[in-house]
Design a protein around this ligand. Structure first.
Ligand SMILES: Cc1cc2nc3c(=O)[nH]c(=O)nc-3n(C[C@H](O)[C@H](O)[C@H](O)COP(=O)(O)O)c2cc1C
Length: 328
């Protein structure tokens, strides 16, 4: 099997240009270690751990499962009682983790803490202007999340087909294309658009090692690309989640002029967590991307990564190569 070398694989010291982005309640040691073992870059999700001390333990647990490099995602979103971000940062640095995925807000504070400690920063954002700002602040690479993505697509609604080449035109640092990727076709397309690799959330959620209930994985396989809802649109804090009775009720209440208070109970993080633990996909809101329409199986992480890389090289050498006429 050939391998794909990009600025990202070189600078981040990983074998394949594939990242598993942070996923609340899903990004735990067993998934991240499996991604690392497969030669891709996994991220433990810091805020899935209730305290910075628990994060230290989760990082140690991941190290017991793999000797290969992995990162930690630290997401900073608006919160009524913010988590102790500085303590989480300290836990990451003191654990000797060398790569962090930042997301959710301007990464100035994160860069100021992580860069002097020798930690590489991969900042995830949803617009070219935010990517440029992150580059100016000194991040090492940017993940650019198109409108297709699970979680927070931002408010500009620019899909990857436009957003990725726009980012590639403007930025000097490596770019990871994110949102809507699940297979070799997506990876080859991302590279053609000017990216140095892909980030996947939903696809990695639907693997053997993903620590969520089987019923949720079955639901992702059964669902199609139309089965997501955009909640919190009127609050300008849009999130793409699975379409179910709860998310549709949230959309209806906010569209009718409701405020956050009117949906607070429906969107509680603890209810989303129960979906993954109990396997009842109607218990709360849970993140998933449009790309579920392209997901038909639950492979091991290793099968998935090897399949994507193998089929990507075959696609470039085979179908794409054969399109070039001999006289060209
Ligand atoms: C279940 C789930 C939870 C997520 N939680 C987070 C999170 O806590 N922080 C974050 O930066 N991104 C989060 N994301 C977004 C992913 O890291 C990634 O950017 C996104 O899934 C890419 O789109 P895709 O699902 O189409 O691959 C989450 C995605 C999923 C599917």
């Amino acid at each position: 099997m050939g391998s794909l070398r990009t600025r990202f694989t070189e600078e981040f010291g990983v074998e394949h240009p594939i990242v598993q982005g942070g996923m609340q309640w899903v990004g735990r040691a067993e998934l991240v270690a499996a991604v690392a073992e497969a030669g891709a870059l996994g991220m433990i999700t810091a805020l899935t751990q209730p305290t910075p001390e628990d994060l230290v333990k989760e990082i140690a647990r991941c190290r017991e499962l793999t000797d290969k490099p992995f990162g930690v995602n630290l997401t900073i979103l608006p919160a009524i009682t913010p988590p102790p971000y500085a303590e989480y940062r300290q836990a990451i640095i003191e654990s000797g983790v060398r790569i962090v995925e930042t997301a959710g807000s301007n990464p100035a504070e994160q860069v100021a803490a992580f860069k002097p400690a020798g930690v590489k920063v991969l900042h995830k954002c949803t617009s070219v202007r935010h990517a440029l700002k992150a580059q100016q602040l000194g991040v090492d690479a940017v993940s650019i999340d198109g409108f297709e993505c699970a979680g927070h697509p931002g408010e500009d609604d620019v899909p990857g087909l436009v957003l990725i080449p726009r980012a590639a035109d403007e930025l000097d640092i490596p770019i990871i294309a994110s949102g809507g990727f699940a297979d070799a076709r997506g990876l080859v397309a991302a590279l053609a658009l000017g990216a140095d690799g892909i980030n996947m959330g939903t696809r990695f959620m639907c693997t053997v090692e993903s620590p969520i209930h089987e019923e949720v994985k079955k639901r992702i396989v059964a669902a199609d690309e139309r089965d997501t809802e955009l909640i919190f649109r009127p609050l300008r804090n849009t999130a793409r989640v699975a379409s179910n009775s709860v998310s549709r009720e949230v959309v209806a209440r906010l569209d009718a002029g409701g405020s956050f208070e009117d949906v607070r109970e429906l969107v509680a993080g603890s209810r989303g967590r129960q979906v993954y633990e109990q396997g009842d996909t109607e218990l709360g809101v849970w993140s998933v991307g449009m790309v579920q329409g392209l997901i038909d199986d639950v492979p091991t992480v290793d099968e998935l990564v090897q399949r994507i890389v193998r089929e990507a090289t075959e696609l470039v050498r085979g179908r794409l190569g054969s399109l070039i006429s001999p006289t060209a």
